[in-house]
Design a protein around this ligand. Structure first.
Ligand SMILES: [Zn+2]
Ligand SMILES: [Zn+2]
Length: 180
């Protein structure tokens, strides 16, 4: 489903809709299991069309990721809904006059993905879009209380009993003073 023939798109575009198993998206394997796990399948709802000599990919991706919360460290399931808008350009002989390196650079600057041949494999692009959508600091909830910095208790379960001000209290030291 993720490998499409350019000729087919030329006619009247292609719609891709359905479920893609996670193992068909190798990019997702780059996610360190400690940082998260794609539960799959990835829901794909995409449209491919030719415009201005380029192939435009637009639509939505849906996926569920199990990630540890960056505050309380509990695993939680995050639902991703990613809006996709990408452009692809077929490499041709004309372009080859420029060095390969220049090509990659200018293509990247324009946000255009280049590809060779008559087929376009969307697996990497889709995987990349999902990886980019992962939060830098995942949170199980905006209100997550996190862990106590002293005893490590999960403060979402209630207060842990530590006195939060002990260290700041200048008189706390006096408790340990002995007066002979
Ligand atoms: Zn949390
Ligand atoms: Zn505590």
């Amino acid at each position: 489903m993720l490998v499409v023939n350019i000729e087919q798109i030329r006619d009247r575009g292609i719609s891709l809709a359905g479920d893609v198993p996670v193992d068909q998206l190798p990019e997702l394997g780059k996610l360190d299991p400690r940082d998260g796990l794609f539960l799959g399948p990835v829901k794909v709802d995409l449209r491919l069309e030719v415009a201005g000599g380029m192939i435009l990919l637009r639509g939505h991706l849906g996926a569920a990721v199990e990630q540890p919360c960056s505050r309380c460290l509990n695993d939680f399931i995050l639902t991703l809904d990613v809006e996709v808008s990408l452009a692809f350009e077929q490499r041709n002989d004309e372009n080859m006059e420029v060095t390969e390196e220049d090509l990659e650079l200018s293509a990247e600057e324009l946000g255009v993905v280049r590809f060779d041949g008559d087929t376009l494999n969307l697996a990497d692009a889709i995987g990349e879009q999902l990886m980019l959508a992962l939060p830098y600091r995942p949170l199980c909830s905006e209100q997550c209380e996190g862990l106590c910095s002293r005893c490590g208790a999960d403060l979402n379960q209630g207060p842990c009993g530590c006195q939060p001000d002990d260290k700041e209290n200048p008189f706390a030291v006096l408790k340990n003073l002995r007066i002979d």
